[in-house]
Every structure is written in structure tokens, then in C-alpha cells.
Design a protein around this ligand. Structure first.
Ligand code: FES
Length: 333
């Protein structure tokens, strides 16, 4: 049995138990989601005692400087002293400034953040509403726009996404944590071929990478494969066809993955899975970068397939995050 303190209160951890799991077992109200050190919702402040290196893995230098650690990755050691973090230590006020329906299930949200907020394509934020419910979303716009843009897919029974889609109004006050995650486009790779694959709601972030590459005058070919079950899922179809006309080295490949016997006529789409279509069309080599965006299960599966197809794994960039609820109380209560 190992002991640690949070806000002066003593907790006994079992062998190998993380700080987060110990708190949950004691019935504490704690924020957490992924338990993998990804979402950064379980942060606590380290005051005293030994911490393992993994407890700060993936944190920005600003968070490390403030001695924050992920409770889910922190191994308990004797005399470890920790402090809870108040929401205003991590979150910045934001206001819903624009709202636009992109199709039957996806809404574009633009937020104005009160403090300066610098982000890169491929990064994500945690968004919190009035009652503490929090979700992670990828940022989909260029850092120079002055707003934070998200494409939010309304999920069946999705407590937060459904509220954003139907009820949240212009002027709604929210809190933003981040940006988090790594930037993904590297202008050092200007001459390389980029293959960007978007699954479902990953379209917004995939397009932000393409735009970033084009704004850096990327010289190599850029291929964007977008998968959707229906034509309605390809909600940027016309815009991307237009972008292809404007940039001779940008190629947009629209893929319908649902069961259709005939191809929608005159729409410039193909039937098939976007990853498989990319594998068929490109011989993977070390001069390419592969970006996989969207639902974690499809992204992870495609990452494995890319490796099996000989694609160098260090050139595969995954833009996906934990979609689980970011809870303000333990899951098992
Ligand atoms: S980082 Fe700890 S729960 Fe996600």
C-alpha cells in the first residue's frame, strides 16, 4: 500500500494503481476520459515527492513549467503531494461567434477566444459548456483566421454534440482548453507527396492540412481521399473540386463507402474505401507522407494497413483523438 495526498487529504493506493484510479476507487469527483495520457482532462498539480517521467509525457512546456501532471499516468510514490486544478487555470473563456449547418449531421462552429490563442493545423481543443460537460474536437481552420473553427458531428444520443447542433446559440459562453496535440504539416517536406485520408468527420481537419500545405506553397503532389457513406457526407465536395481547379498539384478523390450498385452520376465520385483507393493508386515509398484523419477505429486500422503495405511508420501522421465522454464523475457511478 502506497500513500499520497491530494489537497491535503490522504489516499491509499494499491500496488501499481495510478493516482487517477486511486481517486476513482475512493469515489472522488474527478475529470477524466481516455486514461491514456491523451485528453489532458485529468491534470493535477505536483507539489512534492517523486513523479515518474510518463506523468508529464505529451504536456506542453507551459503545462510542465506549472508542474502539472496527468493523474492517469502518474505512478503513486510515498510522500507524493498533489493539488487540484481550478477550471480557470486550464480553460480560457470563448464565445460562439458563428454557426453553420454543413449537412444533416455536421455543424460548423466558430469560437472567439478572449485571450490570444495560437494553434496549428492538426491540433485539438477541449470544449466545456456551462454544466462542466467537456468534449475534444479537432481544429479545422487556419491559425490566421482569428477564430477557432470546429466541424462537429451530431451523434445519436450525443449529450454535447446534439446540444451544439440544435440548441447552442450565437453568443453562447464556453470554455476552451488547449490547443493540444502536435502540428502535422512540416514545411521541410515541401517536395514530398502528401496523401491525406479523411474518414467521416475527419474531413474538416484533413482539409485544414491541405490548406496549410498550399499556403506554404507545397511543391509535391497533394492527394486528398475523402470517404463518406452518402453523397451528403462529402459536405465540402463542390469546394474541393474548385480547389482542384485552382491548384494543379492538388487532387481530390471522393469515395462513397456505403452500399450502392451505381455510382452517383455526374458527381465525380468513386465507390470504395478511401484508404484502399489510395493504396491502389500510389506505390508507397519514403518520399511520401500519409495523414489519417477521423474516427479512431478507422484511423488505427488504416495505420496498421499502411505499415503492412510497406509505408514507413514514422511518415504516418494520425489525427484522431479519444471521442469518449470527458466525465466530471467516475464512469462506474
Ligand atoms: S489524459 Fe488522463 S484521462 Fe486523458
Amino acid at each position: 500500500m502506497t500513500r499520497f495526498y491530494l489537497d491535503g487529504q490522504l489516499y491509499n493506493a494499491q500496488e501499481g494503481e495510478s493516482v487517477l484510479d486511486t481517486l476513482i476507487r475512493h469515489g472522488q469527483q474527478v475529470n477524466y476520459s481516455c486514461k491514456k495520457g491523451v485528453c489532458k482532462t485529468c491534470l493535477v498539480q505536483h507539489i512534492e515527492g517523486e513523479i515518474n517521467i510518463g506523468a508529464q509525457r505529451g504536456l506542453t512546456s507551459g503545462l510542465k513549467a506549472r508542474h502539472y501532471i496527468c493523474a492517469c499516468q502518474a505512478v503513486v510514490s510515498d510522500e507524493l503531494k498533489l493539488k487540484s486544478i481550478l477550471p480557470h487555470d486550464l480553460f480560457t473563456p470563448a464565445v460562439l461567434e458563428q454557426k453553420q449547418y454543413l449537412n444533416q449531421s455536421i455543424v460548423r462552429i466558430a469560437l472567439k477566444v478572449e485571450q490570444g490563442f495560437i494553434h496549428q493545423p492538426g491540433q485539438y481543443i477541449n470544449l466545456r459548456r456551462f454544466d462542466g460537460v467537456t468534449r475534444s474536437y479537432s481544429l479545422t481552420n487556419s491559425p490566421s483566421d482569428g477564430l477557432l473553427e470546429l466541424h462537429v458531428r451530431r451523434k445519436y444520443n450525443g449529450q454535447f454534440s446534439d446540444w451544439l447542433y440544435h440548441q447552442a446559440n450565437i453568443g453562447e459562453k464556453l470554455l476552451v482548453q488547449g490547443p493540444m496535440g502536435a502540428s502535422s504539416y512540416d514545411s521541410q517536406c515541401q517536395d514530398n507527396k502528401l496523401i491525406v485520408i479523411a474518414f467521416g468527420s475527419g474531413l474538416g481537419v484533413a482539409v485544414s492540412i491541405v490548406r496549410e500545405a498550399l499556403s506554404h506553397r507545397h511543391q509535391g503532389e497533394i492527394h486528398l481521399y475523402v470517404g463518406g457513406r452518402e453523397m451528403d457526407d462529402l459536405y465540402l465536395h463542390a469546394e474541393l473540386l474548385q480547389m482542384m481547379l485552382e491548384h494543379r498539384h492538388f487532387f481530390y478523390h471522393a469515395c462513397i463507402t456505403g452500399h450502392h450498385d451505381v455510382m452517383p452520376s455526374g458527381r465525380r465520385v468513386m465507390l470504395g474505401d478511401p484508404f484502399n483507393e489510395a493504396v491502389k493508386a500510389h506505390k508507397f515509398d519514403r518520399q511520401q507522407h500519409l495523414f489519417l484523419c477521423g474516427e479512431p477505429s478507422l484511423v488505427n486500422q488504416s495505420r496498421k494497413m499502411a505499415f503492412l503495405n510497406g509505408f514507413p511508420i514514422e511518415r504516418v501522421h494520425t489525427l484522431s483523438f479519444e471521442y469518449k465522454d470527458l466525465r466530471t464523475r467516475p464512469r462506474d457511478l
